[in-house]
Design a binder for this molecule. Structure first.
Ligand SMILES: [Zn+2]
Length: 425
């Protein structure tokens, strides 16, 4: 299996030479990356070798006997944990490699619908919703934001009261990061030397990004192109940092690369099922870190004053956010219609403004994100709902247990299929 893992890493690196967003992180042997750069293997050869690897991994299930002791096959009977984790490893490699083949096809120009692509790359299909569905959700917001202007404009005007001033941005983020980190450390053991740095950047299609460097280090970039609202401090601190991407990558490195020698986890192909777990857990981790009313109470006491904002707006702002959160699926719908060729970029931006209540500038940024990352958009909300369902069904409302189940998920090579049935649409 180690040979298969090495082959997988090298194929992912080779693909990275054709697709600049593909290799999100790599901290394996530097020589492998240099070799990929100098060889620049053609796409059709990468594809053929990936298909051969999938066949080998499939034969390994049939012949090695690991399948006989896999949790799937022996759900009712005790099985050897070591065998089960090896079977998980084989499945991880096979499924990630299948997604590599699909991404080669996308880059090569194969026509795939939005749903076919998200299924092939992330094991996820976003539910379909009509404009009427979102219209009904918008109706619930009318009462919170009365006025004659469009709902998007009214929301934007209200949000003007909760913009973090640029001069307090760093202090506010650091405060949020400290809170997320200390809460996470109360429940999880992290590698002693884990750390990250935060940079403020401009001219990006995303609002924040974690570039995992290996050795428990991350570079987190925050895009300041558009106003940053107060809720984004905790969102980004949890999502990119604790217990989000930084913790997920650190736990994978510690438990699988360091302790088990699984070289395949030293590379992270962005367009793969792993991203559904990564984005889903990073988003759901916010609720794990601040369950119930803890977040709003903490922000009112610490974050609003630090940012120089009036905390009497907090309750109303979070009631509004709870309602707008349900509009996240309007973002998937815009991406689906746009990438399937039903609407153009301007109409996609219009849809985002109208049904996801984005300002024109934010809608434009999101269309640029969709152009760059395509069906990746499903990972954030479909992934969050999947991870939430998985964790909550095991934690049964117990805050401590929720952390344990969540940590176990972050430290494992589990892929979406292992988290249970797809969500009803
Ligand atoms: Zn993310």
């Amino acid at each position: 299996m180690n040979v298969a893992a090495e082959t997988y890493v090298k194929l992912v690196l080779a693909m990275g030479e054709h697709d600049r967003d593909y290799v999100d992180a790599y901290y394996g042997p530097a020589a492998w990356r240099s070799a990929a750069q100098s060889e620049k293997k053609p796409l059709d050869r990468i594809r053929a070798e990936a298909v051969a690897l999938i066949e080998w991994l499939s034969a390994a299930e049939d012949h090695s006997g690991t399948a006989a002791t896999s949790p799937r096959r022996t759900a009712a009977a005790p099985y050897d944990v070591a065998d089960a984790i090896l079977e998980m490893r084989r499945q991880f490699l096979a499924r990630q490699t299948e997604a590599l083949v699909a991404r080669i096809d996308v880059v090569g120009g194969k026509r795939m619908s939005f749903d076919e692509e998200s299924k092939a790359l992330y094991d996820a299909v976003a539910p379909h919703h009509s404009a009427e569905h979102f219209q009904e959700l918008l109706h619930d917001l009318e009462g919170e934001l009365p006025g004659p202007a469009s709902l998007t404009a009214r929301l934007e005007a209200f949000r003007g009261k909760v913009i973090i001033p640029r001069e307090t941005l760093d202090a506010v983020f650091n405060k949020a990061i400290d809170a997320c980190r200390s809460r996470t450390l109360q429940h999880m053991d992290l590698p002693a030397d884990e750390t990250f740095i935060v940079e403020y950047v401009t001219n990006k299609s995303w609002s924040g990004y974690n570039w995992y460097q290996g050795h428990y280090h991350s570079l987190i970039q925050v895009n300041t192109d558009l106003p940053i609202y107060i809720d984004r401090a905790i969102d980004l601190a949890c999502h990119e940092g604790y217990p989000g991407h930084h913790v997920y990558n650190s736990l994978l490195e510690k438990n699988l690369v360091h302790d088990r020698g699984w070289i395949e986890l030293t590379v992270y192909p962005l367009f793969s099922p792993q991203s559904l777990i990564a984005e889903g857990s990073a988003n759901y981790g916010i609720e794990v870190t601040f369950p119930g009313r803890e977040r709003i109470e903490w922000e009112k006491e610490h974050l609003f004053p630090l940012a120089g904002l009036d905390s009497s707006n907090a309750e109303r702002y979070y009631r509004i956010l709870k309602l707008t959160d349900r509009l996240s699926y309007a973002g998937n719908e815009a991406a689906r219609r746009y990438l399937d060729g039903e609407i153009d970029a301007a109409a996609a931006a219009g849809w985002l403004e109208r049904y996801a209540l984005m300002s024109p500038a934010r809608a434009k940024q999101r269309v640029a994100f969709i152009d760059q990352y395509r069906s990746y958009v499903v990972n954030y909300n479909v992934g969050k709902d999947l991870v939430r369902t998985y964790v909550e069904s095991r934690a049964a409302g117990d805050d401590g247990k929720r952390w344990r189940v969540f940590e176990e998920l972050l430290a494992s090579p589990k892929l979406p299929a292992a988290l249970g049935a797809p969500l009803p649409s």
